[in-house]
Design a protein around this ligand. Structure first.
Ligand code: G3P
Length: 214
């Protein structure tokens, strides 16, 4: 399972990447705004930090506009993946961009049928939003299981990029479900390392060692 960081804050990205365990980055308009920087500036810096797929989202709502934006993003760096929303226009642009060899991450997916459409449009990634479905009283993780199964049934190459993951249990369940990628905030990445028994155990090993040295 690949780990992407869902952030446009480059300081935390640098910290995550230093572990060697970060495979890519996802951004969206909200995250870019939160960084307080211009999209082009922050994306360029991210390309210098991470050697892996970097999703950048289009802002147009029509297919032609998304296609034009996507083409521009793709020229910025070879690792850029264009993000298009799961609308009819978004999938029209996805089909066109994919045909030209530009990788597309179809975002804002909330149903298995939407995921099926994205795969047929040639998306490189589908991003089902687990946490937002949970917020809506639905079982977000069941959507991940369903899409993984459907893509297996038809040998689609589209990777399931589980998004809107909010806590470590989401990552655990995604891994069990066979999601290809999970994207989550840096805070959640840090939580994955932690277990109180690891800290207690390490403290005891070190103090026993120290005692034995006299
Ligand atoms: O990658 C999508 C993600 O940024 C959405 O997360 O927590 O706002 O639902 P959230």
């Amino acid at each position: 399972m690949k780990f992407f960081l869902d952030t446009a804050i480059t300081s935390e990205l640098r910290q995550g990447v230093a572990t060697g365990l970060v495979d890519g980055v996802t951004t969206n308009p909200t995250l870019i705004v939160q960084s307080g920087r211009k999209l082009d500036d922050v994306v360029r810096e991210i390309t210098e930090i991470v050697d892996g797929p970097i999703s950048v989202e289009t802002l147009s709502t029509d297919a032609e506009g998304m296609y034009t934006e996507g083409k521009k993003f793709a020229t910025m760096h070879k690792n850029i993946v264009v993000k298009c929303p799961l609308t009819e226009a978004g999938l029209t642009a996805t089909k066109r961009l994919s045909k030209e060899g530009i990788r597309v991450n179809v975002t804002l997916c909330f149903s298995a049928n939407q995921a099926l459409l994205a795969a047929k449009a040639g998306a490189a990634y589908i991003s089902p939003f687990v946490g937002r479905l949970d917020d809506n009283g639905q079982d977000g993780m069941q959507l991940i299981r369903d899409i993984v199964q459907i893509y297996k049934n038809y040998s689609f190459k589209t990777e399931v990029l589980a998004a809107s993951l909010r806590h470590p249990i989401h990552i655990h369940q995604c891994a069990l479900a066979g999601a290809h990628v999970g994207t989550f905030p840096f805070k959640v990445f840090q939580q994955l390392f932690k277990h109180p028994l690891t800290d207690i155990g390490l403290e005891k090993f070190l103090s026993d060692w120290k005692k034995a040295q006299g």
